[in-house]
Design a protein around this ligand. Structure first.
Ligand code: BGC
Length: 735
């Protein structure tokens, strides 16, 4: 027992129960010396609501705070170090606003492009999501402010989010949907984890003992507080029994009384309540001891950081004929987002920004001395585009088109925007498209029409300046897509299994999510995962792959072969063509950013953890690395793979003893068992003895027969006792 546990054990049962639910919408209770703390959203800025108006939908006002790029933009930086610096700034803003726990990061996987909340999540890839989420947590917590890793788990849609069950097999759960959470918990130890609204295989996340206790605490070593998403608790007693520590928001004490009665009636173990109260008390102590004095944060410095991040987040999707970067010239700026930018998503994460950069103003200041017209509508746009040197067309999704709380039905840009683009391109071949959106949009026609496309996703309050910096080359773009842009929605691996129906979502595409699915089915995409161009070029050479103590080290020489300084994001992918389990052709195994002057070259080193090569062995019910020859690719995107090499790895799969239910195929492909089996079984094979009698065709035909059935099939040539003896000899030879 820690001193805390002793102190907590001295509190009355009602006091202990009271610690487990909110006092108000955003605060916990002060109980007998345990201080109250404040938790607020998150994740890309601090949404501290003042006064009596409280909501979790981003409706009522909140105090001004820096609106950094939401996760959809931030992830495109592929830069954990930058994300950590933003975390530090967010931590400072929390301290100055008196916030103890910031509700983020969200590391749910972008399973389907229609999920309305994809803007709040990082990627379709668990490694990228986990690496960025861990960096965010490290940054925030370095300032003595807690993080809340959310939404745990498998919350990949908004439709019916408070009831629907995500029905998913364990291998997929472990390899895709839990993996980013695991990485953040193990690498960055968040102070809290927020359980999600949905059910998982029928059980609410808040009541899921397997998830909250067995996996999160038992396997991953989490020692913080499990807090509910706001309103996610249906049955507090069941939730506490499963491992929930703190129900939010306030329930007016009603569910505290439920907990007390359940203990008194013997339906809930009192020690569980004490442990949960202890964890909340420890969190409160940790948060208040670290709070320090409230001094104003440096809004200018944070705005500069937001601009740096936004500029690094911009992805240059296309740049035919080097239309970009622009030199100052006459420009026609078109589309309402140029003046009223779309820079964050709707819902609980909605921040009241300290200021907002307007793209049009920023473009005008870069093009000083040249005429820059602005046309929000088609009528004036065409004339303006015709008489300018270049047209810049802002396209994207409106705030109403996507938000927390609901999903989209399609991924199309509004039809009138495509009409506008067609009309402009008709008169102005030098047309640059700038995109704003939280979820992926269909781009096949845009990419056919426009020679240059900048994808800003959502860039936060400084996005306007960042876009202008990239347009004019003050910043050389280095953003990379964190999500595949399909040619059409129907190509998406989850297309037929979204949204939920009658309360269930079938995760039928299994591990083949995002690029894993497009690559496995060899489907053409508009822009692949990891894609992003630069105003310079990079050459790759001399790939070396070596096995180290805890994985593999990938080294490659990268040279800036163009004329401008720039940053390349070098991506390493691995695959195991000989795998005995269904696997994507390749998965992201590591990445590194490198900034190089023209002509400069360097060796980029990417460590690949052995644990990231493991798959979830369903039979053994644990992670395992399969033995074999792994291919390692390095490149500039998942489909721009420049070099490859192979590395042979020892496996650590558990040896499962063969049984009478093991098939002949399984036994005859095992190098140790096969010769023993061939010798013993050839007697049982009609028409021959000896190894040669078991020809390839025959082997194929009998491969699916369980060993034990041979006694019957062989018409007495081999007995059950002989089969038992064979199993003993095979199993002892293999152990
Ligand atoms: C959201 C959470 C958020 C909470 C508090 C919920 O609706 O799902 O992400 O932290 O509200 O605003």
């Amino acid at each position: 027992m820690t001193p805390y546990d002793t102190r907590i054990a001295e509190l009355s049962l009602p006091q202990r129960a009271a610690l487990g639910s909110g006092a108000t919408f955003w605060t916990t209770k002060a109980v007998d010396g345990v201080p109250a703390i404040m938790l607020t959203d998150g994740p890309h800025g601090v949404r501290k609501q003042s006064g009596s108006a409280t909501d979790h939908l981003g409706v009522a006002s909140s105090e001004p705070a820096t609106c950094f790029p939401p996760a959809v933009g931030l992830s495109q930086t592929w830069d954990p170090e930058l994300v950590e610096r933003i975390g530090v700034a967010l931590g400072d803003e929390c301290r100055s606003l008196g916030v103890h726990v910031l509700l983020g990061p969200g590391v749910n996987i972008k399973r389907d492009p229609r999920c309305g909340r994809n803007f709040e999540y990082y990627s379709e890839d668990p490694l990228l999501s986990g690496a960025l989420g861990a960096a965010w947590v490290r940054g925030v917590q370095s300032r003595g402010v807690g993080a809340s890793l959310k939404h745990f788990a498998v919350n990949n849609a908004e439709h019916d989010r408070m009831r629907a069950s995500s029905d998913v097999d364990e291998r997929t759960l472990r390899e895709i949907y839990l993996r980013a959470f695991e990485r953040v918990v193990r690498d960055a130890a968040p102070w809290t984890v927020m359980c999600s609204y949905n059910r998982i295989n029928g059980t609410y996340a808040a009541e899921n003992a397997w998830l909250l206790t067995e996996v999160l605490r038992g396997e991953w070593g989490f020692d913080g507080v499990v807090v509910s998403d706001w309103g996610a608790v249906r049955d507090r007693v069941a939730a506490v029994a499963a491992g929930l520590d703190l129900e939010m928001p306030a329930t007016g004490g009603i569910t505290d009384a439920d907990v007390v009665s359940a203990v008194q009636e013997g339906a809930l173990d009192e020690s569980v309540v004490t442990r949960a109260a202890g964890r909340v008390a420890r969190l409160a102590a940790r948060a208040t001891e670290n709070a320090g004095t409230r001094t104003p944060f440096d809004a200018d410095a944070h705005h500069r950081l937001a601009r740096e991040a936004a500029a690094q987040a911009v992805v240059l999707l296309k740049n035919d004929g080097e239309v970009l970067p622009l030199s100052p010239s006459t420009l026609a700026v078109i589309g309402p987002f140029a003046q009223a930018p779309r820079y964050q998503g709707g819902g609980s994460s909605h921040v009241n920004p300290t200021r907002v950069d307007i793209p049009l103003d920023e473009i005008r200041s870069h093009a000083a001395g040249h005429e820059v017209t602005y046309s929000p509508d088609v009528a004036s746009a065409v004339d303006a585009a015709r008489s300018a040197d270049t047209a810049i067309v802002f396209l994207g999704l409106s705030a109403e088109a996507e938000s927390e709380g609901y999903d989209r039905d399609d991924i199309d840009l509004p039809a009138e925007q495509l009409d506008l683009l067609r009309a402009v391109v008709d008169v102005q071949p030098r047309t640059v498209v700038v995109l704003a959106h939280g979820g992926v949009v269909r781009l096949d026609e845009v990419a056919t029409l426009a020679p240059a496309i900048l994808d800003g996703a959502l860039l936060g309050q400084a996005g306007g300046g960042a876009i202008a910096d990239v347009l004019f080359g003050a910043v050389n773009p280095s953003g990379r897509l964190a999500e595949t842009v399909p040619l059409r929605l129907q190509d998406s691996p989850s297309y037929l299994n979204f949204p939920s129906e009658r309360g269930h979502t079938v995760y039928g595409e299994r591990v083949f999510v995002g690029y894993r699915g497009y690559d496995a089915r060899d489907i053409a995409v508009a822009f692949p995962f990891g894609h992003g161009l630069s105003y310079t070029t990079f050459a790759y050479s001399d790939l070396r792959v070596a096995e180290g103590r805890d994985g593999v080290t990938v080294r490659v020489t990268v040279e800036n072969s163009g004329a401008r300084a720039g940053r390349e994001v070098v991506q390493a992918y691995t695959g195991l063509p000989s795998s005995r389990v269904a696997r994507p052709p390749r998965t992201l195994a590591g990445f590194a950013g490198v900034t190089l002057a023209p002509g400069e070259q360097t060796t980029v080193e990417i460590p690949v953890r052995r644990s990231d090569l493991a798959y979830w062995d369903v039979a053994a019910h644990r992670w395992a690395v399969e033995a074999g020859e792994y291919t390692v690719w390095v490149g500039a995107s998942s489909r721009d793979l420049r070099l490859s090499a192979t590395v042979k790895l020892e496996g650590d799969e558990p040896v499962q003893p063969f049984t009478a239910e093991s098939t002949l195929g399984e036994i005859l492909t095992d190098p140790v068992a096969a010769p023993l089996a061939v010798a013993a079984l050839s007697e049982a094979v009609p028409g021959g003895t000896g190894e040669s009698a078991l020809g390839t065709d025959l082997l194929k035909m009998i491969a699916s027969i369980p060993l034990g059935r041979l006694a019957g099939f062989s018409a007495g040539r081999i007995t059950r006792a002989q089969l038992d003896a064979l199993l003993v000899s095979i199993n002892s030879a293999r152990s």
